[in-house]
Ligand binder design. Structure first.
Ligand code: DAH
Length: 342
């Protein structure tokens, strides 16, 4: 056999010694010990040797393999000890700024809303986005054929079972969680329910097929409309500033009686009249009312013992008002130039 293992060893040791960093060392390892490396090449020749040479030659190649593996490991450890894998490290270079993420503005506002109600004694409750037709409509006193259902119509999920307890849909408001919250936390109770809702609306500057709401519900023995007013005034002052005033306008929702829509005095122009409040001095922010007895009954709560108030507000609308964004689509485009401002 004409291969000179000794000079191969010398050559490999020189290459290991000359490797300037761990990457160069790895190249040397591949060159000698890799699958297509010099030693593998020698191993492949063993079966072609005369029988008497095979054993000694095989043992010699294996011995060399071990020697080189150890030498490479040792050199590698030396690089590690130097730190940085032996790569040159210029301490005068400016540092790299790590990218710091943050909560989406909508989630910041949602969190702020929940925190304010948290201080008023409300717990956070979460209901499913895929709801039953029963929870989204019937339990909330919205009968199958009632015209008010149009306003809350939504995306349905295909199912062969057409009963309202089985049929599923994407919830069109957070109100169905009132029923779930009442079943899970028997009164006296007070919860806020933040989350996504869906409607088959054409997308434009003020509409989106998906948006966020925060629902509120408080049920106790002697809850009155004045409690609702007090809680919402406390909320609005914290959210929009101590000077804001609220206006309750009579309205209709199937799940509350009486019902009201609430406006906050325009905190952008100080109720003087501006483009955002359309010169009215008022901004509509939520719907509310006293919980309809049908809703309590749907959740197994006796309306002759318990009463409650409820409210629901849109997180996009409140965020847009607070930060002065006039197009809802901006929230969902994920453009960092916008998101980084909050
Ligand atoms: N669910 C209503 C909507 O999506 C908002 C709402 C109004 C919720 C009045 C309430 C309420 O709890 O009492 O438009």
């Amino acid at each position: 056999m004409s291969v000179d293992l000794q000079s191969l060893e010398q050559e490999a040791r020189a290459a290991i010694g000359a490797a300037a960093d761990s990457r160069a060392l790895d190249d040397v390892r591949v060159r000698y010990l890799g699958r297509k490396g010099a030693l593998q090449d020698l191993m492949a020749r063993i079966p072609t040797l005369p029988l008497e040479e095979r054993r000694t030659f095989g043992a010699a190649v294996n011995g060399l393999k071990k020697i080189l593996e150890e030498a490479i490991q040792e050199r590698g450890r030396a690089f590690e000890a130097q730190g940085g894998g032996g790569k040159a490290f210029d301490v005068t270079l400016p540092g790299q700024q790590p990218f710091v993420g943050r909560r989406h503005p909508l989630m910041q506002v949602e969190q702020e809303i929940c925190a304010i109600f948290g201080r008023l004694g409300f717990k956070v409750f979460r209901g499913p986005e895929v709801e039953t037709e029963f929870h989204n409509f019937e339990a909330l006193n919205i009968p199958l054929e009632h015209p008010s259902r149009d306003a809350f119509d939504t995306f349905y999920i295909e199912s062969s079972d057409k009963t309202s307890h089985a049929r599923r849909l994407l919830r069109s408001h957070t109100s169905p969680s009132q029923i779930r919250a009442l079943k899970q936390c028997p009164p006296p109770m007070a919860v806020v329910v933040p989350g996504r809702v869906y409607r088959p609306d054409a997308v434009d500057a003020s509409h989106s097929f998906m948006f966020h709401q925060v629902e509120g519900l408080a049920v106790d023995r002697d809850i009155r409309f004045s409690d609702l007013k007090g809680v919402l005034i406390a909320f609005a002052r914290e959210m929009f500033g101590a000077k804001v005033r609220l206006r309750f306008r009579p309205s209709f929702f199937p799940f509350t009686e009486p019902s009201a829509e609430v406006d906050v005095s325009c905190f952008i122009c100080g109720a003087e009249g501006c483009a955002v409040c359309k010169q009215t001095g008022w901004l509509e922010i939520l719907g509310c009312g006293m919980v309809h007895p049908h809703v309590l009954r749907s959740a197994g709560v006796d309306p002759s013992v318990w009463r409650g108030f409820a409210f629901g507000m849109g997180v996009e609308r409140i965020t847009m008002l607070k930060v002065g964004i006039d197009d809802i689509r901006l929230f969902f485009e994920n453009d960092l130039r916008l998101l980084e401002q909050f």
